[in-house]
Design a protein. Sequence first.
Length: 291
Amino acid sequence: MKHFHFVENKYGRELLMDIGSYNDIPNYFFEPILHSTDFYEIIFFSNGNGFLELDNQKINIEDNTVVFISPFQNRKWYLDKNKINCHFLFFKDDFLSNFFLDKLFSFKLQYFYNKTKPLFIRISETQLQKYKEVFENIFIELREFKSDSEHIIRSLLYFTLIKLNRYYSETYQLSSETENNTISFMFKQLLQSEVRNNRTILFYSQKLGVSRITLNKCIKKQFGITCSEMIDQFVLFEIKSFLQYSKLNINEIADLLNFSEPNHLSRFFKQQTNMTLKEYRSNYQNGSYFI
């Protein structure tokens, strides 16, 4: 699988974000070949066609579509590159989190690391034009870089991400809160790194230093689901990814996800999807996609 790294010194100095149109970044890898990156990507399509396969989702790329991609997400693009017009927004987590002294910032945004909701929104032409005006201000700072330009760029990026988070949350009926409920964001971060090894609420509550009751209340308030349901969502996501992008058999997948028996994995998957593991892999290979 191809993997792309962020170019930190593109502008002659270390800058952990980038922005541009398709004309500015013509070599962006819009290809139907499995690949990933080590940075966050938000792509604003003024004109689009075809679709994106992003982990467990199939996203139709239409006019005025905004797509959200987290680091290391698997994807394949199926587009006619002659018929698209888009703007890219790329950044590394440290560009914002170090400045705001908030290591959880990216986990507070509902459209990153979301395992169940669609990883896109449709916006109006008016909304898209407003974002383009922000992008133009960032372009100006990049072209005419001054000692305080990085602060302006960072503030404009922060503004864009928060505005998108509000609209995304409203679209999919989620909480847009980013300043409180730290426990829920820490839980989301832990799940991202630990879910293959640990699936019990007790493990996460002890890790976070709170009771299971408190953890459940925080998760329910922020994400609208229980702690157990969120763990199950992340586990299911991992299983689907293995079925789609690897040749591992059921025994091997069960071992990697710490299921004591392969039949426990099969039963869990059947309960969650009403499909067998074999049916899901077969349907994916035959061109079927599931959200």
